[in-house]
Design a protein around this ligand. Structure first.
Ligand code: CA2
Length: 148
């Protein structure tokens, strides 16, 4: 078991195609490449995206016993989904929440995250580099048994 699950929520399939002033010009494929490059030897990345809350929950359930950590950008579900929080609460290994934009500089409704109630780390505003930092941290914890 050396897989790190990278989950992306709604609309992130459009990364690089719309709102470049907020989310930049790079695509989700670029995120996948960046994550793979950030992965320590012996670890692999499984990169997934869905616009559907239930699908994301099913993937979190599947990660139990199969993934050493989860990097999650829940998209707008960050601010609405107690169901995703509940699913993450069934998962013991490290969870790192990533936001491409600095959500705290944006509208007030983006300031609260249900997922942050579970996440071991939260990264916002570092652009795609946030994913790479999250991958490096999970590799570090998984390799050394460091506390999450
Ligand atoms: O900053 C982030 O990564 C967000 O999680 C992105 C979500 C937003 O609802 C959160 O508040 C912050 C939105 C994802 C929408 O992604 C798009 C990407 C490109 C073009 C259009 C939407």
């Amino acid at each position: 078991m050396n897989t790190i699950l990278v989950l992306n929520g709604p609309n992130l399939n459009l990364l690089g195609q719309r709102q470049p002033e907020t989310y930049g010009y790079e695509t989700l494929e670029d995120v996948a490449r960046l994550c793979e490059a950030a992965c320590a030897e012996g670890f692999t990345v499984r990169m997934l995206q869905s616009n559907h809350e239930g699908q994301i929950i099913d993937w979190i359930h599947e990660a139990r016993g199969t993934a050493v950590g989860i990097v999650i950008n829940p998209g707008a579900f960050t601010h609405t989904s107690i169901a995703i929080l509940d699913a993450l609460n069934t998962y013991d290994p490290p969870v790192i929440e990533v936001h491409i934009s600095q959500v705290h500089k944006r509208e007030a409704f983006r300031h609260h995250s249900y997922v942050s109630h579970r996440a071991d780390g939260v990264i916002a505003g570092l652009g795609l580099e946030g994913y790479a930092a999250a991958i490096r941290r999970i590799c570090q914890i998984a390799a050394k048994g460091a506390p999450a």
